[in-house]
Structure formats: C-alpha cells, structure tokens
Design a protein around this ligand. Structure first.
Ligand code: GLY
Length: 377
C-alpha cells in the first residue's frame, strides 16, 4: 500500500445528504463539493491559516468562482455575535445570494461560526466545512451543529445546518500541536466506546505512536483509520437523527460531566480532556448503577491514560460541578440525564440518578486526583 492511499468518501444520509471526504491534498476537490449554481464563495479562516486560505482562494478563482477571504479570531474568540455580524456585513457588501457559499477553514470554532453565518444569511446558504484539527474532523465539522457563544454560555445561539460537504485534508494535521491531537483522541475514543470497539483496539495497539510529536508512516495510517471510523459513526448517527431527538444524544457520552469541568475551569481545559474525565465519570456511574462491568470501567482509564488524557479531577468542586450539570442544556426539565454504557457499543440513558450515586461516582473520579491545582492538558 502506498503511503497516502486515495481519498475515502463517507456519505451522511438525511434530508440533504452530503459527503465527507478524507484524504491528502484535497483542497482541489472544493469545486466538486460546491456543486452548480454557486458564483461567490467566502472563505472564513483564522489568521494562522491565512496562507492556506489564500491557496484555497486562488484555486477557486482559477475554477471561475469569485472568492473572498474573511479572517476571524482564533478559537472560541471567533464565536461571538460581533464576529458573526462582521461576516454578515462582508456577505452583504459582496452581494452574496442564497445560492452562493461559505467555506469554514479551521478548527471547530471556525466551522461552528462559518456554519452559523451560512445558516442565518438569507435564511440559509451552502457551507462547506474544511476542518483542520482532529477534533473538528471527527466531531464539530460533521453533523450540522452550528453556533456562537453568549455571555451566559457556550453554543446557546445556533442552528442545525448540515454542510453541503466536508473535506478532511490530513496534511493539515501535520502542523497540529500534539496536545491538540491528544485532545482530539478524546472524541475518537468516545466513538470507540459508544459504537466501535475496533477504534479502542487501534488506539491500544500504539498509543505512543499516535501521540508522538512526529507521526511515523504506520501511526499516520492508524490515525487515518481512526478518523474514518469516527466519522462513519457520527455520519450514521446524525444521518438518522440530525436534531438530537433521540439517537444523537449518544454522541454526548462523557459530555455532561465534561462540560461541567469546562465551565468550572472557565474553559481553560481542552474539550477532549474534559470529555475524557467525563467518560470515566459516566463509566463509574454506570458501574455503580449495576449496568457496567469493572473491566470496561478499567478499560476507560487505561486507554485514556495511554494517550495522555486525564482520568481524574480534584475532589473539592462537587457543588459547582452539580450546579453546572443542572444548567447543561442536555438535561431535560429538572432531571439530570447521562449517556451511560451497558457494554462497549451499547449506549443507553440514565435519567435522574440518585444524588448519592452521583456523589459516589465523583468520589471515584477524584480518588486519584492530586489536590489543589487541576490536572489538564
Ligand atoms: N458533538 C456532538 C454532536 O455533534 O451531536
């Protein structure tokens, strides 16, 4: 097999089906994903990706499109109503119509913002997502959740607006800091626990290689398989339940406690690290509720630790964590809801667990945490 096999296409079914293409040197594929009828394209990107954005713009112009660049702040700073308003202004001044398109080039924050602006401009125009981080490839850019933050919290304003296509160019991962790759592996491992044990086996086979500063050929191949498998799971889930009426909730495995950590730590933790501890919490909760074997709980700690993700959290934050979980938008009514496992690939829900059970799961998660300063990536 050559070092870089050709692209893989994963179909996301639903009302408006689209393709997620995974491979190398894919930016030339944008024209195909844009389809017919598009004349103007706005490429939304953070400053760090200006050179790539310029290359995309030149390629689009060479293919006959009118292409524009809009630089937005890095990471969560991009997800504000002010930045969205700036993009609406750019679209307005360049006469973008509903049949034109936005491209989101960057990490999850950029793709969330670009998707939101596309969802709201003229009540909805095309967006093509070009994620450049592992987390965005396996999660944020696929599935059509878009949004911005407000002073009251993350993603409180948004829309379900599936992209017209997603391009995961694996070349972009070469410049991704190792800590971001490790954080992305948190969501990959989540996909393994909820739906695909093979993902866990691949990670367990070479955790050092997957987290080495420079990836060897074998680790590159393994990472690609992990990305494709994770996207395939997400595609299957969101293809059946775009609006999170039921099945899509399983993608939130580890997120209720993980979001609470992010909130309590004022978003200084990477999302994947918080979700990692959240999965251990959910696994302990399931074990204490009599639903999950010790062996699977131990496997959570082992595989997450092997890639350098945290599995414990300080023991003096319960009241704040509980308050944050109660505010989490995934709780329905007054009841706290958790996605838990009954085995690998067997997710289910636990609604309104006994407070004593929650406290006991927290005790397990904080058991090995160093006191004082939090552990995070
Ligand atoms: N990140 C979870 C979802 O897309 O539903």
């Amino acid at each position: 097999m050559s070092e870089n096999p050709g692209p893989t296409t994963i179909r996301v079914e639903g009302e408006n089906p689209y393709d997620v293409v995974v491979g190398h040197h894919l930016l030339g594929e944008l024209g195909t994903l844009l389809g017919t009828g598009v004349r103007r394209v706005l490429v939304v990107h953070p400053g760090a990706l200006t050179a790539s954005a310029e290359a995309v713009r030149e390629d689009l112009v060479a293919h006959g499109y009118q292409a524009f660049l809009a630089e937005v702040p890095e990471a969560e700073e991009a997800k504000s109503v002010q930045v969205a308003a700036f993009l609406w202004q750019v679209l307005g001044q360049a006469d973008f119509t509903r049949s034109d398109a936005v491209v989101g080039l960057g990490g999850g924050a950029t793709t969330d913002l670009a998707g939101f602006v596309a969802a709201t401009w003229l009540r909805g125009m095309k967006v093509i997502q070009v994620p450049t981080t592992l987390l965005a490839m396996v999660d944020a850019a696929v599935g059509g959740k878009t949004g911005i933050n407000t002073a009251e919290g993350k993603n409180l304003v948004g829309a379900f607006h599936p992209p017209a296509g997603v391009l995961c160019d694996l070349e972009t991962l070469d410049s991704l800091p190792v800590h971001d790759r490790v954080a992305g592996l948190g969501e990959v491992i989540k996909a393994g626990f909820i739906a695909d044990e093979r993902i866990l086996e691949i990670v367990e086979a070479d955790p050092r290689g997957l987290t080495a500063p420079a990836l060897t050929g074998a680790a590159r191949g393994a990472l690609r398989e992990l990305i494709e498998r994770s996207i395939a799971i997400k595609a299957r889930v969101v293809g059946q339940d775009l609006r999170e009426a039921d099945l899509r909730e399983i993608l939130n495995y580890g997120h209720t406690f993980g979001h609470a950590i992010e909130h309590v730590e004022r978003f200084s933790w990477r999302h994947g690290a918080a979700v990692s501890v959240g999965m251990v919490f959910a696994a302990e909760l399931a074990r204490l509720a009599g639903r999950l074997d010790d062996e699977v709980v131990d496997r959570h700690r082992a595989v997450l630790t092997a890639v350098g993700l945290p599995v414990s959290y300080r023991g003096d934050r319960w009241d704040k964590l509980l308050a944050a979980m109660r505010r989490d938008k995934k709780s329905r009514g007054d009841l706290l809801r958790f996605v838990v496992l009954e085995g690998i690939g067997r997710p289910t829900r636990l609604e309104g667990p006994d407070p004593a059970l929650l406290a006991a799961a927290y005790a397990e998660v904080s058991r090995d945490a160093p006191s004082g300063a939090p552990v995070h990536l």
